[in-house]
Write a protein that binds this ligand. Structure first.
Ligand code: DGJ
Length: 736
């Protein structure tokens, strides 16, 4: 049983195959934390893991007792206001102005399976035996409010998820001024904090720093999870590497403003917490109301960052993503954006589709500019009707013509936005996120629709559903190109204005839910000006996301490597684009561009009609290679080998191995060519040491142990045959 309860000592022991998480009901009936880490054998009492002793200059709970102070105790879901002076996980502002609460253990239940999180994306179990859930109810009798903490153990997948629900049973209203999803107290501070940070076109770069006493955090206040920080944080030991050592990873299944924070206290206890950003947040809970926090996924590994990532990948690919496309091989697509931008017509699009079909492309995606009167980014968002000037036969006919070629057809939308110059804005100027007596800022000339309103979401649903119903569309790219400002909604009263940002995200989720339910065969790809909302929340609905607007092969090494810390290859849209690259001006070979893009959901984003015959032949070979190997790439185990974030960073290598270890593909990339380079070896990972392997293009065979321990001598095999900057090689490895 993955969740055990010791009645006499009032302890809960949550166990996955490799980890233990132990909670205790404390003497004051609040919840304490005893342990999180490598699996411990179960015993009747873990009391010895509980430690409290008299300390000077603190505050204590019980009269006459100078020992029991929450300042010293590791806690499960801490509050501020009594004897713990560290950051709390939640706070309730009451009608009399008090913020003091006392949530004590009321009861608990343990059951097989996992409940849904109402209105929020979350991991799920397909059958009851895949997961076990513990729900602990805490109750504050003064205000008659309950907190229900939920923990689900995915025993085989080695992950534990957490969330909290607040239920106001009292007559008086309370304000939830903060409601994080989880808090973890670790007994020392010898960690480095690893985060995924960046900006537009350089998303999810790996950054790390040594913990110091006090608070260190990452957050978003932009209305989306953001390109600046991803809702993920890991604590690793200073000696932990990709392949050995301890690491704790927490990943928030949420797409809006978040906080991930680490506080090192005066006794070197490390408090790691994450959830909705409490800054500019408040939720009014009236009698009978409840509030559900998003879910946090916690992964501990004693075997390095790569093992932590593989756990996230498995869980997110198979039990967070869902629907028709979850386990299916993703189509090779071509997107017209970088080929035409807004400047296209029916004929141009059809020619692109025809030429790409001849090369083996399976899905044609028509990007921005097909609707309203959109010749640039100043108009038409919200007017989801075809532009007859560009597409005189209409979108349905174009989709039919393209599907008649034997391809699938996909379409771009930006559902959450409106242009000031649009029919929608003319009719409903009140439908935007704004504050009525203040100037409205814009981003990319556009305004954000007020998705906290049901009528707005309904309107957009109906428009999109009509297009998806009428035309043979099997893919939607859902874009979102600006952050939120002047956050306010005309529909909500003054005391609910700080609910808008979260209500907005709930609106986005509800639209995704309705569209994916109504059109289950449509593959959704999320996008937000590239990867500004690449998070687990959207992965629940859209099994792939546009990783970045930066399509340069060299920049993509860092972006894809960083993204892989949490997200599986099947979720990362990766395209071969034109050179000089439109974002950085770099010229890389067609071979290197594909060698990088193979490690993702592969596609093209350039004008294939302009290619030479030789280039077309090369593209044909690339597409054939990807099709032959895509189930391995999209569903295999990913190993990071050499990091582009290393001090020199000139070499990146990574590989993907099939579950049965019979096949693997390794990518090796060199940024700048080196004069008279030394010997270079790749040390393979994840192979079976006993198996004998052949490598495409090499007339020798190798045992798995040789490739992993002695490595493959790269210079002899391809990479420096014709020295050049931005060179690369991809090796297919097959068991003989
Ligand atoms: C931003 C996206 O990331 C691009 O791929 C493209 O769809 C443009 N928006 C279109 O406006």
């Amino acid at each position: 049983m993955p969740i055990l309860y010791n009645d006499s000592t009032r302890e809960f022991h949550l166990q996955t195959e490799k980890t233990s998480y132990i909670i205790k009901i404390l003497e004051n009936n609040q919840l304490g934390q005893l342990y999180y880490g490598k699996k411990l054998r179960h015993r009747e009492s873990f009391q010895r893991l509980f430690h409290v002793e008299a300390t000077p200059n603190t505050a204590c709970v019980n009269e006459g007792d100078l020992v029991f102070s929450l300042d010293l105790v590791k806690q499960e879901y801490p509050a501020y206001g009594t004897t713990d002076f560290r950051s709390p996980a939640y706070q309730l502002l009451q009608e009399d102005g008090s913020r003091i609460t006392n949530f004590v253990y009321q009861d608990h239940q343990i059951f097989s399976g996992k409940k849904k999180l109402m209105g929020l994306p979350a991991t799920y179990a397909e059958s009851e035996d895949e997961a076990t859930t513990l729900e602990v109810s805490l109750y504050d009798e003064v205000i008659d409010v309950e907190i229900r903490l939920s923990y689900t153990v995915f025993e085989k997948l080695n992950a534990i998820t957490r969330s909290a629900q607040f239920i106001n049973q009292g007559q008086a209203a309370v304000n939830l001024t903060m409601a994080l999803s989880a808090s973890i107290d670790l007994p020392d501070a010898d960690f480095e904090m690893v985060q995924l940070s960046g900006s537009w076109a350089r998303e999810r770069h790996i950054k790390s720093r040594k913990l110091v006493p006090g608070i260190q955090s990452i957050a978003s206040t932009r209305g989306t999870s953001s390109a600046q920080q991803n809702p993920f944080l890991a604590l690793k030991r200073p000696s932990t590497t990709e392949h050995q050592g301890e690491v704790y990873g927490v990943s928030l299944v949420y797409s809006g403003n978040f906080l991930a924070q680490v506080e090192v206290d005066h006794y070197n206890v490390t408090r790691l917490m994450t959830g909705i950003n409490p800054f500019d947040f408040n939720w009014l809970l009236e009698n009978g109301d409840s509030f559900q926090t998003p879910e946090v996924v916690m992964v501990y590994s004693a075997e390095g960052l790569n093992d932590m990532s593989q756990t996230f990948h498995r869980l997110y690919r198979t039990r967070l993503a869902r629907g028709h496309w979850r386990d299916r091989e993703r189509p090779v697509l071509i997107n017209n954006w970088e080929a035409t931008y807004f400047d296209f017509d029916e004929q141009k699009i059809f020619e692109l589709a025809q030429s790409s079909k001849a090369l083996g492309v399976e899905l044609f995606v028509l990007d921005d500019g097909w609707f309203g009167k959109r010749d640039d980014d100043t108009t038409s968002l919200g007017d989801w009707f075809e532009d007859k000037r560009k597409l005189p036969s209409g979108i349905t006919q174009l989709a039919k013509d393209i599907t008649d070629l034997g391809m699938e057809f996909g379409l771009w939308f930006e559902p959450e936005m409106v242009s000031k110059v649009s029919e929608l804005y003319k009719t409903h100027p009140d439908w935007v996120i704004h504050v009525s007596n203040r100037q409205m800022s814009h981003g990319r000339n556009q305004l954000v629709l007020d998705f906290s309103r049901q009528d707005v979401v309904d309107y957009i649903y109906n428009l999109m559903a009509e297009v998806l119903r009428d035309a043979p569309i099997s893919y939607v790219k859902w874009d979102m190109n600006r952050y939120m400002t002047e956050v306010g909604s005309l529909e909500l009263p003054a005391n609910r204005q700080r609910e808008v940002a979260h209500r907005y995200i709930l609106g986005v989720y509800s639209l995704y839910e309705r569209l994916t339910t109504k059109f289950p065969h449509v593959l959704f790809e999320s996008c937000a000006g590239g990867g500004s909302r690449f998070d687990p929340g959207l992965l629940h609905y859209a099994p792939q996301g546009w990783t970045s607007d930066d399509t340069d092969a060299v920049e993509r090494l860092k972006i894809q490597y960083g993204t892989s810390l949490v997200y599986p290859l099947s979720s990362m849209g990766a395209h071969v684009s034109a050179v000089p690259n439109h974002q950085v001006g770099r010229k890389t070979s067609l071979e290197t561009r594909a060698n990088v893009a193979y490690f993702g959901a592969f596609g093209y984003e350039l004008d294939v009609t302009m290619m030479t015959d030789a280039e077309k032949e090369e593209v044909k070979t690339q597409i054939a290679f990807y099709k032959e190997n895509r189930s391995l790439i999209q569903q295999g185990q990913f190993y990071r080998i050499t990091s582009p974030f290393a001090e020199d960073g000139n070499i990146t290598s990574w590989m993907v191995v099939s579950d049965d270890q019979a096949e693997a593909i390794i990518g090796y990339y060199q940024v700048l060519s080196q004069p008279n380079p030394g010997l270079m070896r790749i040390f393979f990972k994840g192979l079976n040491p006993e198996f004998e392997y052949a490598i495409d293009g090499i007339d020798e065979t190798f045992y798995g142990d040789e490739l992993m321990s002695a490595g493959l001598q790269v210079n002899r095999y391809r990479i420096n045959e014709h020295p050049a900057d931005f060179s690369s090689a991809v090796y297919k490895v097959t068991r003989v």
